[in-house]
Design a protein around this ligand. Sequence first.
Ligand code: HEC
Ligand code: HEC
Length: 232
Amino acid sequence: MLSKSAAKKFFLIGTVVCSGCFVLLTVDTVQKVPQQSHAENITPEVIHGKDLWDHNNCMGCHTIMGEGAYYAPELTKVYERRGPIFIKSMLKDPQAMFPGQRNMQKYNFTETEIDSLVAFLKWIGEVDLNGFPKKPDLVPAAPTANTAQLSELPLPTKPAVFDQVCVACHALQGKGGAVGPVLDGVGNRRNHDFLVSWLKDPLAVKADSKMPKLPLTDEQVQELANFLSQLK
Ligand code: HEC
Ligand code: HEC
């Protein structure tokens, strides 16, 4: 048993040591913030994006770094997951990216505002969060009859934009969304010229198409058309 004065000393010394550790660790963390957040990348565009994020209450539905509401997807790593083309189309018209099941409202942002929000989400995605959030697995597609046999075949080189944007709606080798048709074997039914016009503007080819016009560059269209026409 400690005597009363020994207990007092134990309490006082314990408190001082623990408080000291707490202050030192806090200072250490605060010093690391500029480095972990890449403070040098906080451009006026990023700040404008952050203002838009706050003023439009995106956090009423989404979380960033786990903070916000749990109605809509976590957006900390959305830039890496979806890429700028998907995010831009989503902010322009959410209905286009989720036909028939829109839950996010349309904001009528200008191009500059959309670019700023994308810059903000890119910056957030690059903050070093010690591994948070864990990477989600890709949504499994509705199984197709011949998936097992197809996934054995090696694929021609896949453009990066395919895995960011197209898989949201299309499945290939059993992976991806089920909004649009499965793209295995698309090269058998669609030729290169068709694919180029389709990717440039689906609505110009088929007026009631549910595939949105995506902000792809000519180079990305060519790459994708080359890739898709080889899927035989
Ligand atoms: C009313 C709730 C709501 C608000 C407010 C909202 N969103 Fe969304 N958002 C959603 C939902 C729900 C989804 C999932 C797609 C869907 O069902 O429409 C989504 C999807 C997204 C996606 C695509 C995420 C992914 O992983 O595919 C982005 C990017 C996005 N929202 C950005 C924003 C930004 C930026 C704001 C603020 C300007 C915002 N959202 C405000 C509900 C909301
Ligand atoms: C928001 C969902 C969505 C996204 C994103 C999307 N597509 Fe589509 N896509 C569709 C739908 C729906 C169709 C069927 C259109 C129709 O016939 O009305 C389609 C049709 C197609 C077709 C024609 C397929 C066929 O069998 O005739 C091709 C090729 C295609 N998409 C490629 C792509 C590529 C490449 C991307 C990525 C750059 C992409 N799509 C992104 C929804 C989407």
